[in-house]
Design a protein around this ligand. Structure first.
Ligand SMILES: Cc1ncc(COP(=O)(O)O)c(C=O)c1O
Length: 480
């Protein structure tokens, strides 16, 4: 298709839009975003079909001449009703995010100014903003002034840096016989991080869990003692503050006791649950978390920020820095000596990095911390409400209390039949396109696990979800 380019570059510089062209682009982009956000409530949460024609059209884009902005927006718009809508109030699969629009606006500004924030001298004011965010995260967990942290692309990268820091601090260069302790409920990014950090698969030792799927501290202690006797090298224990499967929180205080007695690095993977620390209920279940050597957080989950926003905080910032620090001659013109504002590139695998600080700082600054705390309390209430309603629903089984905001349930009965019936309930509920759930398997039993995290999800949608689950359960039972 021949198009009239929107930015013909009358001045001969098509990459530098005139003021009028820029204004026009921004106006059209903001109209697009406004329509999108205002339509989220009523839009379906999932779409079964793929628009093959659209995919062919997208593959045919990009050529020597520029194209029309409206066509670009229209291709994006047509691409949206595919897959599932993670920004919808009905999205409760996996660990949702939501995507605060104030963070989206911050991203536009961050990309437009495009200042370099890998180290502080090129943009001290911008790095100060990011540092304020990291300090706020450290304070949330009672970390002292020597703590540091870094914003990452997500929880996986944060877990990776934590494992690297633990390795550097407890093992040095020699990884032989090293052991990292987790339960089978830990997120798979821990295994990935260990592999990327140079550990063999045998380095991961699975610690038994209790009936609530939480690590057993006595079993951890026993495993460490046994491994030391076998001349292995226990180095690190990873506790979960909200597992992905069920939201189970490992007992951090007694695990911290074991870690201290046995001289292990304690990492807490709080990618899902960490921000519930802002609430009384969350903080009570994370008791002892301030003793962790490092904590992974994912603002793109329970701070409702757009994807690509993770964080790692470390109790002793110098240990995190030592694990990642490198220098080079071509950096000699930058004054990186005395750290007044952290050079985040020294604390992370990334050097050049996007200005993630702004997308966390602007929403916090603009909405205030209380807005986040209130939203998280609301989600905890919603999870309790859904749990109570499903517990009263004949034919369903809920073996555990709601784990933070995850409400795992299954159709009761013998595994084979019940697993098939649970899958049918899921398919029926998801076919409504008003809510969208995903499943997990624990001890060979299939569970549907609504996870209530999108900031736009409120009581009306949860009640609708409960009705849909009840209807689907009734229909599946009547078929038996
Ligand atoms: C407990 C936990 N840890 C780590 C991760 C990985 O985070 P990301 O997907 O941001 O890399 C997740 C993601 O769901 C998670 O739930």
């Amino acid at each position: 298709m021949t198009e009239t380019p929107d930015l013909p570059g009358g001045s001969g510089l098509p990459l530098e839009p005139s003021e009028a062209d820029l204004h026009d682009l921004l106006t059209r982009a903001s109209g697009f975003v406004e329509d999108l956000v205002s339509g989220l409530r009523d839009a379906p949460v999932s779409w079964p079909d793929l628009d093959e024609g659209l995919h062919a059209e997208i593959r045919a884009t990009i050529d020597e001449q520029g194209g029309s902005f409206d066509r670009g927006l229209s291709l994006m718009e047509r691409g949206l009703p595919e897959g599932f809508n993670t920004a919808s109030p009905g999205f409760m699969a996996y660990i949702p995010g939501g995507g605060l629009i104030s963070a989206g606006i911050a991203d536009l500004v961050a990309c437009a100014i495009n200042r370099y924030v890998g180290v502080s001298p090129p943009a001290p004011g911008m790095v100060e903003i990011e540092w304020r965010v990291v300090r706020w995260l450290c304070d949330l967990f009672g970390y002292l002034p020597e703590s540091r942290g870094v914003l990452t692309s997500g929880g996986s990268m944060a877990n990776f840096s934590a494992i690297v820091a633990a390795r550097n601090d407890r093992l040095g260069e020699d990884l032989r016989g090293a052991r990292i302790y987790v339960t089978d409920q830990a997120h798979h990014s821990i295994r990935k991080a260990a592999r990327l950090a140079g550990f063999g698969a045998e380095a991961i030792r699975i610690v038994p869990r209790d009936e609530r799927l939480r690590m057993q501290p006595e079993a951890l202690s026993h495993a460490i003692v046994e491994d030391r006797r076998a001349r292995l090298r226990p180095a690190c224990v990873v506790a979960s503050a909200g597992t992905t499967n069920t939201g189970a929180v490992d007992p951090i205080e007694p695990i911290a006791d074991v870690a201290r007695e046995q001289d292990l690095w304690l990492h807490v993977d709080a990618a899902y649950g960490g921000f519930f620390q802002m609430t009384k209920r969350g903080a009570a279940s994370f008791q002892g978390i301030e003793r962790a050597d490092s904590i992974t957080l994912d603002p793109h989950k329970c701070m409702f920020l757009p994807y690509g926003t993770g964080a790692l905080v470390a109790r002793d910032g110098e240990k995190l820095r030592r694990a990642h620090m490198e220098t080079a001659d071509y950096l000699q013109d930058l004054d990186l000596g005395e750290e007044t504002i952290p050079n985040f590139g020294e604390y992370s695998a990334e050097f050049t990095r996007s200005f993630r600080g702004l997308r966390v700082w602007l929403p916090l600054m603009l909405h205030g911390v209380a807005a986040f705390r209130d939203a998280l309390n609301e989600k905890l209430d919603l999870a309790e409400h859904m749990h109570a309603a499903l517990t009263e629903t004949p034919g369903l089984e809920l073996p555990w209390a709601a784990g933070l905001t995850v409400v795992p349930f299954r159709v009761a009965g013998e595994p084979d039949v019940a697993n098939a019936a649970t899958r049918q309930v899921l398919d029926r509920v998801n076919a409504s396109r008003r809510v969208f759930f995903s499943t997990t398997t624990i001890d060979r039993l299939l569970y549907i696990r609504p996870c209530i995290v999108v900031h736009r999800t409120h009581r009306d949608r949860i009640d609708e979800a409960i009705d849909l689950i009840r209807e689907a359960t009734g229909a599946v039972h009547s078929q038996k």
